[in-house]
Design a protein around this ligand. Sequence first.
Ligand SMILES: CC(C)(COP(=O)(O)OP(=O)(O)OC[C@H]1O[C@@H](n2cnc3c(N)ncnc32)[C@H](O)[C@@H]1OP(=O)(O)O)[C@@H](O)C(=O)NCCC(=O)NCCS
Length: 214
Amino acid sequence: MAGGHRVQSLGGTDVASMAALHARVFPDSVLTRLGLEALRRYYLWQVDGPHEVEAFGVVGQGGRLLGLVVGGRFRGSMIGFVKREAPFLVGCVVRQPHLLVEERGRRAVRSGLGLLARPVRRTQVERPERVPDRSFGLLLVAVDPEAQRSGLGRALLEEAERRASAAGMERLHLTLDPTNWGAMAFYSGLGWQRLGVPGDTDRQWLMGKDVVAS
Ligand SMILES: CC(C)(COP(=O)(O)OP(=O)(O)OC[C@H]1O[C@@H](n2cnc3c(N)ncnc32)[C@H](O)[C@@H]1OP(=O)(O)O)[C@@H](O)C(=O)NCCC(=O)NCCS
């Protein structure tokens, strides 16, 4: 229980629910536009890949996933996904060539092709420079639009901090688009700060919070 909400661990059997929640929360994201199967494979890579990752969330009536966090120490959250699913992803783009009409879609395809050409360092935990090795990275914090502003996000971040502390982590970090005013207010109100270290750009702020040992 966190903040009155029952938070439960999620795993490989929950990836379809994670995909569906992602599509509801981020309807315009390139991954959502690629389709539910692409999202399902994305989450399967995150919970099943060579990472030290925890996925947890709050499930509402009828088993509907209302809130989700995927966090921990990742080894190629995006590059590993793109490499593992390259033929499938190429097929998605071929079936939806309109994605390439938009700059955002073209940028995603360019960056995907760039990742394909790069070697994967399986042993390396991904984290921005000058963020401690023992930092718990949040890949995603998402609350169903119909359940927002009812304390779920706060409860999920409390749980993330509890799990990070239990895993001996010193800090939590995530990247955030600074024009996402609601999320910015949410994180600032919970004591998160812009870290201002390399990896932080005007378009993607690197935010962090020290773990308070529990
Ligand atoms: C950001 C997000 C996770 C917050 O979850 P939530 O369950 O709505 O947040 P909570 O109800 O726990 O809010 C806690 C406090 O944060 C602040 N807050 C949350 N959302 C806010 C908003 N849109 N505008 C201003 N303040 C906000 C408020 O102070 C709120 O307390 P209050 O409701 O008592 O005033 C959720 O809105 C979301 O999933 N947004 C879309 C996805 C996203 O942007 N994720 C973050 C990027 S990783």
